[in-house]
Design a protein around this ligand. Sequence first.
Ligand SMILES: [Zn+2]
Length: 214
Amino acid sequence: MFELAPLIDIPFDRRHQCWFCGEPSSMQLSYTKEHYTPHPSLMVPACKECFKIAKQHKLTSIWDCKMAVKDELMRIYEKHLAIGVNWTKQELEESEFEDKVFGGFKKSAWMMYEIARDRVNYPAWPLSLNGVPLEDFGYGADFSFDGVNYSSVTQAIKFYAKQFVLDKRFLEDIISIVGKQRFGFAIRVAQINIAATPELKRQVINDLKLENQD
Ligand SMILES: [Zn+2]
């Protein structure tokens, strides 16, 4: 017997967005429950690219799947993301390429960076089916990340900040907004903004606060 998985609830202001990255959605990814899946079968709206990636990385839950999609997006758009890691917008504007051709290149390079960054940063809305929120089992549990257990989140932050030479305070601020269950996401945000000015970092924090309000 074949039953279509129910579509998750979609907030009105996100009704055309990919659940994974926020790009316009044109597909629906069906996630079928296996005996170990901590949530019912469901369907999420997705853009073509995330749909393709997600289908190959279903893992053990829709949340793991989402992490895998973000990791893949980061890998695919590594060069675009590096633009923002290596340059600030102002530096790019003030750089030597004054030629009209290069001027166009700079503009589109920055745009590509912003698009890739926003897709990786995009916070998926919390899952619910017919108004009933789905608990994200395991994500609020004792802190372990990437197969490693830490005595506390603080310890993990310390470790990662050192490993990746990240701004520890910035990383802490991000985690305090997005929550420890999204530690990997927080690390990525800190990595993407590794060379950002203090002003841009404040902007990132403000954006995250806004996105995490609802
Ligand atoms: Zn997408």
